[in-house]
Design a protein around this ligand. Structure first.
Ligand SMILES: [Zn+2]
Length: 325
């Protein structure tokens, strides 16, 4: 770790001395940023920054009523499997699936949380008197601290909770390591399928969740983490453009095009601006951007999306971006 720190300081000082802005940008993108990323992956440093970010947003968050979005149901409303979106930090989403289980004729509410990196926020939601749910499972899409940074505290509060993550990323407090195409069930009610989507991180996974009683692909919901966003994709920290293309083609084959997709950040307006620059004549990109702007103006989320929508404007699911490289 010390070596990476030393290199970061040396190259940052060097960048300050460089007069050419082009050379400075090159140095930042190709040397300083990758070194900074290496340091961020160390738990001590990554968690320090993650806690700092949580602290900065905590005061404002706690001064208002708890903000959450009801995002529909898995299956029909009668199945009572509800999807909740919980915004945190500046643009992250944690998702919660609430479902009911009967123990000796007593019905209890249980919860699956996807990337609950703000553990206090999740706990305050689950402890609400109208929710009163126990955490059964944490699905972690990848190792970054704004996704996996709540796992340790949540494991302490809910020791029974199963924490799922990929064998490659080795997310914090993981108790169930999974690989591409693995499937497992939760309480005999939910079915979870793993789709490995490397690039943002080497072991990034998406979760395809469906009802155990009816694993109909169209009904399924997909948690795409930082791999696929509305109008774009996550930063290529541990992969290149060729791998991104492969990964996107794989999703097109393995995920039903009508399944609802829930991504890890609210980046839509920014990414749809880029999509319009890549394809200036794409009317779908314009329409989606205008819609996303209206949603955000009204403080509403722009998720979920579907592959059927994304293939019409998302440059990373279209050939346009790859032919530009
Ligand atoms: Zn990430």
């Amino acid at each position: 770790m010390g070596v990476w720190f030393f290199l970061l300081i040396i190259f940052s000082l060097f960048a300050l001395l460089i007069k050419s802005s082009k050379a400075r940008i090159f140095l930042f993108s190709n040397v300083i940023r990758p070194i900074g990323y290496r340091l961020y992956l160390f738990e001590f440093i990554g968690m320090f920054f993650h806690r700092l970010m949580l602290k900065n947003t905590k005061e404002e968050r706690e001064s208002k009523p708890l903000l959450y979005h009801k995002m529909g149901y898995l299956g029909s409303q009668d199945d009572a499997i509800e999807i909740i979106g919980l915004p945190f930090l500046t643009d992250n989403y944690c998702y919660i699936i609430l479902y009911k289980v009967k123990y000796q004729d007593v019905e209890v509410t249980k919860a699956v949380a996807v990337d609950p990196a703000d553990h206090e926020l999740l706990t305050s939601f689950l402890d609400r008197s109208d929710i009163n749910a126990t955490l059964s499972t944490i699905l972690t899409t990848h190792k970054h601290w704004d996704h996996a940074g709540g796992n340790v505290e949540l494991k302490n509060k809910y020791p029974e909770a199963v924490i799922v993550g990929s064998t490659i990323d080795k997310v914090a407090a993981c108790t169930k390591f999974v690989n591409d195409k693995d499937e497992f069930t939760i309480d005999g009610i939910l079915n979870v399928r793993i789709v490995l989507t490397p690039c943002h991180t080497a072991g990034h996974i998406m979760f395809v969740v469906s009802k155990k009683s009816n694993p109909n692909q169209k009904d399924a919901i997909v948690f795409s983490g930082d791999h696929l966003f509305v109008g774009g994709c996550g930063a290529l920290f541990e992969g290149n453009m060729k791998e991104m293309k492969n990964s996107m083609n794989k999703i097109k084959q393995e995920v039903d095009w009508d399944s609802r997709i829930f991504c890890g950040h609210e980046y839509s307006t920014r990414l749809l601006q880029v999509a319009q620059r890549v394809e200036p004549d794409n009317q779908e990109a314009k329409l989606k951007y205008n819609w996303a702007m209206r949603q955000r103006y009204n403080k509403l989320p722009t998720v979920p999306t579907t592959l059927r929508q994304e293939v019409t404007y998302n440059p990373f699911l279209r050939e346009a971006i790859y032919t530009m490289m």
